[in-house]
Design a binder for this molecule. Sequence first.
Ligand SMILES: Cc1cc2nc3c(=O)[nH]c(=O)nc-3n(C[C@H](O)[C@H](O)[C@H](O)COP(=O)(O)OP(=O)(O)OC[C@H]3O[C@@H](n4cnc5c(N)ncnc54)[C@H](O)[C@@H]3O)c2cc1C
Length: 588
Amino acid sequence: MNLFTDNRDLRFHLEESVRWERFAPLWEDGFRHPDGPASLAEARELYLAGLAELGEYAAREIAPRARAIDEEGVGFADGGVVLPRGLLENVAGLKRLGVMGLSLPREVGGQNFPFTAGAAAMEVLSRACTNTLLLYIFHQAPAAMVLRSGTPDQVERWVRPLAAGEISGAVAMTEPDAGSDVGNLSTVAEPEDGHWRLSGRKQFITNGGGDMCVVLARSEAGSRGLEGLSLFVAPRREAGRDNYRVARPEKKSVIRGSATCELSFDRSCAELLGARGSGFPQILTFMNEARLAVAIQGLGISQAALAAAQAYAGRRVQMGRPIARHELVADMLLDMEAEVAAMRALVYRCTQLHDRILGFERGTRAAGGGGSAGPPAVRELARLKRQLRDRTPLVKWFASERTLWVARTAVQVHGGYGVVQEYGVERHYRDALILPIYEGTSQIQALMSLKDQVRWALERPWRLLTGAVSVEAPPDTLGDALREMAGEYHRALRYCIGEGLGVAGVLSALRSREPDRARLGYALLHAERLCLMLAYTRAAEALASHAAASPERRRLAERFVHRSLPLVRMHGEIVCSGDRSTLEAIAG
Ligand SMILES: Cc1cc2nc3c(=O)[nH]c(=O)nc-3n(C[C@H](O)[C@H](O)[C@H](O)COP(=O)(O)OP(=O)(O)OC[C@H]3O[C@@H](n4cnc5c(N)ncnc54)[C@H](O)[C@@H]3O)c2cc1C
């Protein structure tokens, strides 16, 4: 078994569809690095060989331990978190494979794989054991934050050991009274003798028992909301003592092998990370990457659930034939397959956008700063950033919500055995429940998407007439369906803007480029429906873009597109119904 090579759809993306030439040369510094690949072909071969090796290890060692990790859960002894034994064995194995800093630069001890290759590794790990993926991520994620904003000394002290897998970390934003409302956080940071002291409580922190924590705190006295925040690095231990208190991990039904802890800071020692007062933009960059990572996590869980359902349905015989041959079950399996393929197409479209942006930024840094890129390159970068920003809340929303459906359907395909622990699919379903909650709930993704789309529509007023989003649509029936989906979205968005703002409001918003938020209640009410419509449209667009590659890919795209269109139409109808009963219920 190999969890990379056995996955035809994933291999199609990595081997045939990913445009490595667009970003690998930037990541590999023009193939000049003495320890790196010497050409594009060599780079591609290196990434694929690395993934095949990881896929083999994941199947042989990691997946067999997933159930025991879930059953054992996370413990607490002598004031410290105790991780499941299998989880530690898995991470030790990944360390031996040399992949702990897979997408970090070679200069800091990483393997310098582009994010797209790193994403495939994350997908494989999540499929094998999503708890293992989480601990793996909490080496690279804090490292990437320190690398992005830290001083050379901080990079040396924190990034190297994280990339080597010698220490792990956490990222702490959420507080008891600041969940979705990040601006309500009250952890304070006060300067003292060239250091900082943190005081406050952080809630639900993944891998909170790790060796360090990147903390978002209020550094500017008297500031409010998202202003006056900074990022800090707090070591778990300082001068031989605990620097902050880690409470007993939450007992939970999801990702049971991952420690979710409350952290208490009482004048804990910390160092500033990046510019003072720039905490929110920095954490936003992290959150956007983390949202993509959650989508990849979902994709891995979906693939695990799909593979289990397909295998079970092939061998379970009822009424004289395998259940896979009964119409209703066959329909479920084919829908699951198409949904997972659409999810994957959207995910790898996003990872490639991310890689091109990161590659461009690396190239600019290597050339000695921002002034080196000419206007066309700067325009291209802005275009890529806009495309990724458009898709980030959508991919997070789509992969989270649809993984729940895929995992739930896998349970259904298994009948009574679906809820028996031995079969694994009930674990996938439980684990899937976390996806629409962390890194911004599905509702927050919907609000983010709505806010951007309204602003972009008002930025170029003619878009209110011609269409808010453009799609790449092939010149055939698939393309017709895609154009109709985009048209439905546009009609619904325009209805929401008009319904909320009225003609006078639209004209005033066009003048100020900013709509009056108080009048957007109707749009807010339908934000998640709009998000669904656009997410399905973007997923369908990504899947349809490969339809010409083979009859198999055309079949997948047709199934997904032709089943998504009626769904998008239905939600469009609800949005354009003008039903304001919810708004009336909460008025006053
Ligand atoms: C297992 C786990 C691991 C986590 N790991 C981390 C971590 O490592 N670091 C970290 O900082 N945080 C972490 N979190 C916290 C997580 O990001 C938050 O739980 C999440 O952001 C939601 O916040 P909340 O739980 O306070 O819910 P709330 O914000 O109270 O939301 C409750 C409900 O109200 C909805 N809602 C809230 N505001 C609005 C609005 N304006 N419009 C519409 N609907 C709204 C939400 O969508 C949700 O349905 C973790 C949480 C869990 C459960």
